[in-house]
Design a protein around this ligand. Structure first.
Ligand code: KIV
Length: 255
């Protein structure tokens, strides 16, 4: 399966990736035909309500990966390795094995630490790299790679991550031009989020795509639905019906 992603590059077909954290949503994404589900540590933000992904633990990732695998038995699933769970090669391999056992096909880790991707891929676990804005360590959430030295560093890291065995790279929040340059240099597919249209595919947090929050998110988010109003209106109708005695009706009751 991992090898098939390289073919997308040859055919020009673009890859679709979306996050999911539970079985119900994973089942919907599989039914809709998404290529890859990411059990992102963004669950710290959207599921736990924290203002950082750093709070997410290994146990929580295992729990959510198991749930997503139950809902999407046939889809390629990538699980995020939580903050500070891949600082040494031994630790990275042990933790990647735990996530694989929970049910994901590959793991994703942020940034470049020499030797880590190599150790995990040598252990037989496919790794998706992640460069650009790295939410686990970011102090500010702004566009990355504007300065020449940072551009050069990202380009070098992307190549090094590929050399170490990464089968795919997520590029987050960079200029389109930089993401294009990096994509053209690499032979593995790139997946953009806030990185323009030249990547081989795109990823979004599912809650953002569905418009679960009233407030518009980052510039790169396209809202394909406005579920915050659909859901609040449905719940308001339910509250009204229960309070007025309109729910349940005879037809909704047992004899
Ligand atoms: O955790 C996550 O959802 C991610 C995506 C934003 C790429 O890493």
């Amino acid at each position: 399966m991992k090898q098939e992603f390289r073919k997308y590059r040859e055919t020009g077909k673009r890859l679709t990736m979306l996050t999911a954290y539970d079985a119900g949503m994973a089942a919907l994404l599989e039914q809709a035909g998404v290529d890859i589900i990411l059990v992102g540590d963004s669950l710290g933000n959207v599921f736990q309500g924290a203002d950082t992904t750093r709070v997410v633990t290994m146990e929580q990732m295992e729990y959510h990966i198991r749930a997503v695998r139950a809902g999407a038995p046939h889809t390629f699933i990538i699980g995020d390795m939580p903050y500070r769970t891949y600082e040494t090669a031994d630790e990275a391999v042990a933790n990647a094995r735990r996530l694989r056992t929970a049910g994901c096909d590959a793991v994703k880790l942020e940034g470049y630490i020499k030797g880590i991707v190599k150790a995990v891929t040598d252990a037989g676990i496919p790794v998706c790299a992640h460069i650009g804005l790295l939410p686990q360590t970011a102090e500010t959430f702004t566009v990355r790679g504007k300065e020449e030295d940072e551009k050069i560093r990202f380009q070098a890291e992307a190549e090094e991550l590929q050399r170490e065995g990464a089968f795919m790279t997520v590029i987050e929040c960079t200029s389109s031009a930089l993401a294009k340059d990096i994509s053209e240099t690499l032979s593995v597919p790139t997946i953009g989020i806030g990185a323009g249209n030249a990547c081989d595919g795109q990823v979004l947090v599912i809650n953002d795509l569905l418009g679960m929050k009233e407030k518009k998110g980052a510039k790169f988010v396209r809202r394909y639905a406005e579920l915050h109003s659909v859901i609040t209106n449905a719940v308001r109708s339910y509250i009204g019906d229960v309070r007025s005695g309109n729910y349940p009706s005879e037809a909704e009751s047992y004899r």
